[in-house]
Design a protein. Structure first.
Length: 352
């Protein structure tokens, strides 16, 4: 058999990559072509590493005040203050943001491969649309989530793995069970006419747009107020709150109606200042790309990191840093969260 015949047979056995898998390579190629066309040398490994480290530093500056805002129990009360959660008529008014001095979650060992946040988030959205699990829960049911948390003491390097399980009322009318760092408690049901961001009721989530640009405008209207506007007309000072709202939706709502999570991924990619840093790992040690944001006004704690699988763009989870104690007893922990499973169940503490 000649070499060309063998090559054709091998080609037939290997599936062709789709456009989203090819996007990062295409982007790197175009970047290199642009550099050489301009008369400059191709980016060396050292220069690329410095560029990645500058991106990382810009996305997660040391000492950034950053309480854990999304999905964690303590944080639900914080968001109620931040976003004035109890609002008649379903429109939240922003009244302030609670902040703590916390070091940023640090993505590890950036690799030398450049990739844009928009490329990663668009590919992740496409993957989500192809593989999303469609649910149609009833109002009297609960959404169950099981999350794996890997927490590392930054001083000793000691790591522990925790399991957080949550039961959330579909219509918000029943008390649920919420956990953080292995500890749990009963969460109170919403009062009649009470609303919050992200929406706690499934029916409210279904009303959110599944078009990314429309979702950006919906988040802006909900958190900032005012008349709807076109995306290019959004003011620079509005984007930190919009990013805050989109990340909050993604983190605190692990289960969404069809199309909403994919739209949120793409909407996040529209926010100016969102960056991508390769070379991180999730709670299971899988290689990933960190998506983060630097608030230029430093008004909101928006340093939570989203992690996507490097190469496949599956959504792997979130990373952050928490502190406990104060003064000489203060400890700092890096945390990585991975959603292991979810389902619709009929009552609290029932597992699928």
């Amino acid at each position: 058999m000649d070499d060309m015949t063998l090559l054709r047979q091998v080609r037939a056995e290997i599936p062709r990559p789709d456009s989203h898998e090819l996007a990062p390579g295409r982007e790197r190629m175009l970047t290199g072509i642009g550099q050489r066309a301009a008369g400059g040398p191709a980016c060396s490994h050292g220069a690329s590493r410095r560029g990645s480290e500058r991106k990382r530093a810009a996305a997660i500056p040391p000492g950034t005040p950053r309480p854990r805002l999304f999905g964690r129990p303590v944080v639900r009360a914080v968001l109620a203050t931040v976003l004035a959660a109890a609002v008649v008529g379903g429109v939240a008014a922003v009244v302030g943001a609670a902040r703590e001095d916390r070091p940023a979650a640090g993505p590890l060992s950036p690799r030398m491969r450049p990739v844009s946040a928009a490329t990663v988030l668009k590919a992740a959205a496409a993957k989500e649309r192809r593989h999303e699990k469609r649910l149609a829960p009833h109002n009297d049911q609960f959404i169950y989530t099981k999350e794996i948390v890997r927490e590392t003491d930054t001083t000793t390097g000691r790591t522990r793995t925790l399991v957080d399980e949550n039961w959330h009322s579909v219509d918000g009318s029943k008390r649920g069970w919420t956990m953080e760092v292995g500890k749990g408690w009963w969460s109170k049901p919403l009062k009649p006419g009470q609303s919050m961001w992200p929406p706690a009721r499934w029916q409210e989530l279904k009303k959110l747009p599944t078009d990314p640009a429309d979702l950006v405008l919906a988040v802006r209207k909900r958190l900032i107020g005012g008349r709807p506007t076109a995306e290019p007309e959004i003011k620079a000072q509005d984007w930190p709150m919009i990013e805050f709202g989109i990340v909050g939706l993604l983190y605190r709502t692990p289960v969404m109606p069809p199309g909403l999570r994919a739209a949120a991924f793409e909407a996040l990619g529209m926010v100016p200042g969102v960056t991508a840093t390769p070379g991180v790992t999730d709670a299971e040690g899988r290689a990933g790309i960190a998506i983060a944001y630097k608030d230029p006004s430093h008004q909101l704690p928006t340093s939570d990191v989203l992690i996507f699988a490097d190469g496949t763009y599956d959504f792997l989870g979130f990373a952050d840093t928490r502190t406990s104690g104060s003064g000489g007893t203060k400890k700092t922990y890096k945390r990585v969260f991975t959603l292991e499973s979810y389902a619709v169940v009929d009552k609290v503490k029932q597992r699928p």
